[in-house]
Design a protein around this ligand. Sequence first.
Ligand code: B12
Length: 589
Amino acid sequence: MSRKNEPNFERYLTALHCEEPDRVPLGDWHVDQLAKDAFLGKKVKTLQDQVDFWCAAGFDYVTASSGILEPVRAPEGMTTKGDAVRTQYGESRQREWAHEHEGVITNWEQFEKFHWPSVDDFDFSQWDVLDQILPSGMKAVLLLGKIYTTVWMYMGAETFFYSLENNQELVAALFEKVGRIQYETFLRVIEHPCVGAVLNPDDVAHNTGLLVNPKYLRKYVFPWYRKIGDVCREKGLGFVFHSDGDCTEIMDDLVACGFHGFHPVQPNAMDIVEAKRRWGDKLCLIGNINLDSTLTLGTPEDVRAEVYERIRTIGPGGGYMVASSNSITDYVPLANMKAMIEATFEFGRYPIQLEEGGVKGKIWTFRAKPKIVEEVVPDQLDVEGYVRVLLGGDPSPVIERVEKDMGAGLQVSEILKKALIPAMTIVGKKFQNGEIYIPEMMLAAKAMSGAISHFRDRLVTQSEQTLGTVIIGTVKGDLHDIGKNLVIMMLEGQGFRVQDLGVSVSSEAFVEAVKAHHPQIVAMSALLTTTMIEMENTIQALEKAGLRHEVKVVVGGAPVTEDFARKIGADGYAYDAPGAALKCKELVS
Ligand code: B12
């Protein structure tokens, strides 16, 4: 690139304070190693190389991490390695992260025995070096270890979700421990003059809303953010929050915690125009250049058009930085990364006066969330009563209720069909509407499956058939499975038998499973744009094995769309877990 960057951290701070600097700054926090290497044309190894990369790419800062980090620095026994994945840079990379079902701290004994690090155990020498080598005008942004994410990863996602409702003292102790370590780390790092801002990353949301009820974030997490925020404000440091997903419900809390900026405003989860209207004078919005589609699947011209459009609509008045909607991953083509940077320099100069449609390209806009389609018709049975006991998470009151209805002369199978399954559908609807969160939905599913197991013998003797068998897995190269596990729970709740093939499932493994289990449905989950292609590969492998006509194929996951499902020849798509269960029901009826 011929352009010469002159870093100016004041530019970054001015944008953070929702004012207009000389131009719109770049705001990414993480660029994968291979993308950095390709950009610089050499291996980025040393801290000096890092500084060279961030500077050459046009940033006013370099980022560096301290504190308890995830996932690669997770303690021994906590991480799992995935299959190698395809990257845009010719190399195959293995990723590593925490086990989803069970972590290393699930009870008090493990909590006490755990070798908790102290701040003195961390190596802060990189900050001494950065104090020396940063060019004038450039500062460092501290990526502080996570609080919410660290706690759930230590416990494992499912244990954490259940414990929020059932083992709150342990959860509170973990937040206290982790929060203190991160806070003390923060105090230690900001002693270094090179630090100009702090970015607090914690993924608390997914596409449809928060992962857990905000009351837990307010109780356990936000008090720590507020403590950090107070110090940042006092010392004139920038303070940025990162979370994927739809954070609408906590944007006011973020302002109250003292954050200046919010990153990455994921476009399929939040409408940035609406966010600018509501919080644009209090929070600088950073990101929104679409990693699901434009940056990964689009052309450089599409990227240019999207950057133009964001600067045109969100840039005026200040309070905007251009960045990807998560990070520059190793599946973003180099030409697209460069196009994003160049377009920011080309169109971002203040005052911004850009005409609508000034650059032509395919622009991806906010995708509204569909609402549940099936209306539940209340029966003579007290469906709402079943909803209440299901949400309690304990199978016993559900069983008692079923027994009471049996006393009135009803068969278990009838109660299942007319009360329990509709009640579970209502639970799904509450999740879709944001009335309940993942932990409540998991608890309801657990109570439901406990009750079904209790009556299994009677259901069988009444020749109650299951709706059929579904085999499900997260596709090869992808290890996201929280959503897949929720889909399983909803499928079981609706009466399907489910074979879970786990994560990073190859097309061959799907074919083998179809041969072994003769399912009615093959369901695939993908959360990464780069792994969506595996869904098509699996459909082709099923065709090749002569099995395609025997099964219906359903696909889903955050970046998957109905259009994509149609294109690859799937039979069905659903936006979320309740929708997945309804779609599968529709396909077997
Ligand atoms: C938690 C999370 C992680 C965790 C995963 C832990 C785990 N055990 O699953 C960790 C930290 C390990 C992680 C790692 C990464 N992640 Co991640 N992650 C997320 C996050 C924040 C939430 C995902 C989640 O659990 N959601 C909650 C569940 C309930 O929702 P869901 O998964 O979408 O599932 C629902 C629907 O999609 C649907 N559904 C799901 N499966 C199926 C299947 C069928 C058949 C059907 C019908 C429906 C369906 O129903 C579900 C329930 O309603 C998302 C952000 C987001 N907006 O989704 C990013 C996100 C998925 N991650 C992303 C990225 C980039 C990564 C990394 C590459 C980061 C990195 N640079 O290393 C790695 C890659 C790991 C890998 N190879 O798989 C990007 C993917 C972008 C893209 N399109 O390519 C996202 C979208 C973030 C973003 N801002 O862009 N991640």
